[in-house]
Write a protein that binds this ligand. Sequence first.
Ligand SMILES: [Zn+2]
Length: 490
Amino acid sequence: MTADVSTVAETAFEAVIGLEVHVQLLTTTKIFCSCSARFGAAPNTNVCPVCLGMPGALPVLNRKAVEFAALAAMALKCSIRETSVFARKNYFYPDLPKGYQISQYDKPLAEHGFIEVPAAGGMHKRIGITRVHLEEDAGKSLHEGFAGAADKTAIDLNRTGVPLIEIVSEPDISTPDEAYEYLTRLKEIILYTGVSDCNMEEGSLRCDANVSVRPRGQKELGTKAEVKNVNSFRFIREALEYEISRQIEIIESGGKVVQETRLYNSAEGKTYSMRSKEQAHDYRYFPEPDLLPVVLDEKRLGEIAKSLPELPDERRDRMVKDYGITEYDAQVLTSSKLLADRFESAAKAAKNPKRVANLVQSELMGRLKTKRIEIEQSPVSMEGVAASADLVESGTISGKMLKDLYDLAFERGKDFPAVYEEEGRPQQSSDSSSLEKIIDEVLAASPKQLEQYRGGKTTMIGFFVGQVMKASKGQANPQVVNELLAKKLG
Ligand SMILES: [Zn+2]
């Protein structure tokens, strides 16, 4: 019964997780030269003496990269240092032509931020952000996709000098799920600021995780392992789950966890030792002599702060208030800035914004869930929801007709206005003379029910309304039918 043993073991130990996230900034050019920073160019075409590390070439700091980094740091609730300093991080690696990386060390751009993640019981847990600093990316070693790849490694230096921010969390994360939530929120916030596309396939967002375990209640930290460059949040969660049980097993069987860097193999669901982990002193950091300190005074920060958008958490709170929607729906509707923008512009364009929000909840979300599709793939767009809301608002169609039209839209994979056209712009009938005729027919055809009604069974009125709706093929205005019936039955 190994499962039981591991459950016991996992409750006797707790994990301590810290995450280092590298985010590529969406500048047109690199951080210290005017080479293009675009992804996907032919290898070694976006290079120059500066990013190739030629002797005597001097770096010039990209103003936009600093602004983007500051914007991200503000969104992550960090305090931004008035004077931050670039430092050389020395190490020798084939994809690092200078022999050092320009980064920031003891005076990083920003510190002391946080991200809130959902916790048990509807509460929130605050995960601290130690620092946000600017640095340049290294090149890329290629092991496949070129002639001779079987016994050679090629190098593509297009990526050297591409601007990055590194976001380092405090070791506040206790579970793989929390790590997943933290990363999801982090990505969402960065996307809202627009400073990166956070595309993990293209390497614009990369994550390394430091993880250790210790007996529950022990103060000092266990020896940590670093899991490097896992390329999806789901894999990071899996890698952490594996790594936590691996370390617990080692300790339980009397062994010692070694400090090392490990790689995650997603096909096997296991991590493998790559190399022993460097310590900070191995890098021989010293201030970069070719660059001046970065000064961001209050005035400059004020300028930058002007382009800070409303952030997801604040937006959700406001939308709950403005539209009377649930927190869950606000969460879904703000999952991307584009979607939230579309929802809000549709809601505002409609005659009754609240009705748009209601229809999103009552007609859209449920159908998406049933179909197991995301809101981005919804056949009915936000504009479609707004159009349908207006049709109900003006009394043109009934709630029942609206539901039927949504069903058809999902069946046909078409937007609401298109289906409404295809169905010949149906309208509910509020015309009393034609409805009265139908009512008379229904009453004439149901003498038994009429007798019951007259005998005191007033709930029979529901039956008559149903019959009239049926006879009108769902196009009668139920409210008018009710009124007419009440009058007729006196
Ligand atoms: Zn260059």
